[in-house]
Design a protein around this ligand. Structure first.
Ligand code: NAI
Length: 464
């Protein structure tokens, strides 16, 4: 059996694992990364974040083209969506991302091992390569970054043809005429808007009373109204009771209320589960939580000395964004650092149409936590930049301030560029900004960011 020795081994070559590799290599360590797939990048690059963003960008451009006359431009030849080209653009952008990844990993001290790994003990990984050979990797430090998998609905086994998981959706070769989406969380809502813009008839089924659980209620209200305006049929408070495929291979679901909905594809997006099965983690002494997630402390140490964890496997945020930070922190601490993971101000970006950006407390959570708050709002319709560019989309900025200190507690945006704008508010929260800071800062005019001044002024006026 081949044996490879390193200073640190990273199990999983997705965003979190790669961030760990890069940080460890920067620190001068010899690193081995083990990945079962043929290429590095994981769910972010191949099935999740990146492909869905490519689709969402195409949908946004398509929508903008439909409004092109607003900008004084005539498109006399017309334009049309070519879904095959959308898929081709995804392949191009994936290659581009792989180039970026490759550039980060170049260096004599990084070794990539392809194969399926399991843990023998805290120092040894056993890797079975695609040819059936076995390799033993020995390293005194290990970062677990094996990611997550789509969560199945009991009784609805996805088959990749009629009933799709989100992993399978991104390779769907043609646009269906009709699609049922089960689960109106982040993924379900993003795809509902994307495929609706592409012309697909969408029914979105959600067991709870509202879409996007955890998001601020006023923001969700804008999105639900926009679903209706765009012809997305949203069925809240609904479970799927039965699923069948007809003789023509087309699927149909029957809801708990007894309605039978025939479709061409059914997409299941009811959450993701940490990928920890079959790795030998518990046998090696690593504590797992009830959802199978690896338990780790605020320095990303697991219960087994020398073993750290990062990314979706922690079952916390399940975002590439947090995985990138966690990977770097885990590697740094594994190699003798003492960096505390600070995830108090995670900016969330949801690529619906319009986008959502949020950070910090929702109004509901602040009030439930006994805080006295003042809420300031600014509608996009009150911003000249939004009138000039995105007048066809609704938009709302909502900022929540502490009534006593005037400090920002949370901010929730729905509107164009919201997922980009939210970064300034994440930084503002981190720095302890107050309503006065926003009200008396200088913003370009016209800009969307001016909305922060206006929302803060609205809050200050209510504090008088
Ligand atoms: P999710 O947890 O966001 O939403 C799942 C939804 O399905 C919930 O609304 C839930 O009530 C509903 N549901 C569960 N069981 C159901 C059933 N049997 N019938 C009907 N509805 C049911 O999970 P999602 O959307 O699959 O996303 C997985 C993870 O990926 C999340 O942690 C999400 O934050 C992350 N993600 C984040 C993105 C972003 O930030 N832009 C993009 C894509 C994914």
């Amino acid at each position: 059996m081949e044996r490879i020795a390193a200073d640190i081994a990273v199990l999983g070559g997705g965003e979190a694992g790669l961030a760990a590799v890069v940080r460890a290599s920067e620190m001068g360590a010899r690193v081995v990364v083990v990945e079962r797939a043929a290429q590095l990048g994981g769910a972010c690059v191949f099935t999740g974040t990146l492909p869905s963003k490519v689709f969402s960008i195409s949908a946004g451009v398509y929508e903008l083209l439909r409004k092109i006359a607003n900008f004084g431009i005539k498109a006399e030849g017309g334009f049309a969506l070519d879904y095959k080209e959308v898929l081709a653009s995804r392949t191009r952008i994936t290659r581009c991302d792989q180039g970026v990844i490759g550039a980060h990993l170049r260096g004599p001290n990084v070794r990539i091992v392809r194969g399926e790994a399991s843990l023998r003990d805290e120092r040894h990984l056993l890797v079975r390569t695609p040819t059936g050979a076995e390799i033993e990797v020995e390293a005194p430090r290990l970062v677990l970054a094996t990611g997550s998998r789509p969560f199945p609905v009991p009784g609805l086994p996805t088959d990749g043809r009629a009933l799709l998981s989100t992993d399978e959706l991104v390779d769907m070769p043609e646009l269906p005429a009709r699609m049922v989406i089960i689960g109106a969380g982040v993924i379900g809502c993003e795809y509902a808007f994307i495929f609706r813009t592409f012309g697909v008839e969408i029914t979105l089924i959600e067991k709870l009373e509202h879409a996007l659980p955890g998001q601020d209620g006023d923001i969700v209200a804008v999105i639900e109204k926009e679903m209706k305006r765009r012809g997305i049929r949203f069925l809240p408070g609904t479970m799927v009771r039965n699923y069948e495929t007809g003789p023509d291979g087309r699927p149909a679901v029957t809801t708990g209320q007894g309605e039978r909905i025939a479709s061409d594809k059914v997409l299941v997006c009811v959450g993701r589960a940490p990928a920890t099965a079959g790795l030998g983690l518990e046998a090696a002494g690593i504590a797992l939580g009830a959802k199978g997630q690896v338990l780790a402390d605020d320095r990303l140490r697991t219960s087994l000395p020398g073993v750290y964890a990062a990314g979706d496997v922690l079952g916390r945020w399940m975002l590439s964004a947090t995985g990138i930070l966690e990977g770097a922190v885990a590697a740094e601490n594994a190699l003798g650092g003492d960096r505390l993971l600070d995830e108090r101000f995670v900016p969330s970006g949801i690529y619906t149409q319009p986008e959502i950006g949020s950070v910090g407390m929702t109004e509901e959570a602040a009030v439930a936590g006994g805080r006295a708050v003042i809420v300031g709002t600014c509608a996009y319709s009150g911003l000249v930049k939004a009138c000039a560019t995105y007048s066809f989309m609704p938009g709302l900025i909502k900022m929540i301030f502490d009534r006593g200190s005037h400090r920002l507690l949370g901010a929730h945006l729905v509107g164009s560029e919201a997922a980009e704008l939210i970064h300034q508010l994440s930084l503002a929260l981190r720095l302890g900004a107050t309503a006065e800071d926003f009200a008396f800062s200088i913003y370009h005019h016209p800009s969307l960011s001016e909305g922060f001044r206006e929302a803060a002024r609205d809050a200050l006026a209510k504090m008088k």
